[in-house]
Design a protein around this ligand. Structure first.
Ligand code: FES
Length: 154
């Protein structure tokens, strides 16, 4: 994934009217296009939106999707919210960590493994999202199939 530059950051800020109250929307646009928010971008946003770095950092830290480290090519999210927990997402998470040889919040090779808190797919728990696509009733066998398919689509 490309790294955002200062010119593009300024353009995104301007497109949102350089309004500090639209910080979340500015960050969402950056993450949608680039996948993450580097530290120097946080500094620039604070300056251009007339906010403190702590203000921007606080918002970035609050939202799971506003990563501060570059993600892998593929983003695998496993739901950790209540309905999915009740249907075995914790066990599925341990399995995913073992089979992918990584921990939640890590990026290894081309995969980032992240927790997510409800994908709106509670009726089909446990739910997993891979590269923006949601899968329901994911057990270990189905998880392997989905990951194999993801790897095959490289
Ligand atoms: S709790 Fe997992 S999709 Fe809603």
């Amino acid at each position: 994934m490309a790294r955002i530059d200062t010119k593009t950051t300024s353009e995104i800020v301007a497109a949102h009217g350089a309004k500090p109250e639209l910080l979340v929307q500015v960050l969402a646009t950056i993450v949608k296009r680039f996948g993450w928010v580097p530290d120097d971008t946080i500094r620039q946003l604070a300056s251009e939106l007339n906010l403190s770095r702590a203000d921007v950092h606080g918002v970035v830290e609050y939202y799971e999707d506003f990563r501060t480290a570059e993600p892998g090519k593929h983003i695998v999210k496993i739901c950790q919210a209540e309905a999915c927990q009740a249907m075995g997402s914790e066990k599925l998470t341990r399995y995913a960590e073992k089979s992918l040889a990584m921990s939640l919040h890590d990026t290894e090779k081309d995969i980032t493994l992240e927790p997510v808190y409800c994908l709106g797919n509670c009726a089909c728990s446990p739910a997993v999202m891979i590269d923006g696509k949601t899968f329901g009733r994911v057990d270990e066998k189905r998880f392997n199939e989905i990951i194999d398919h993801m790897r095959g689509s490289n």
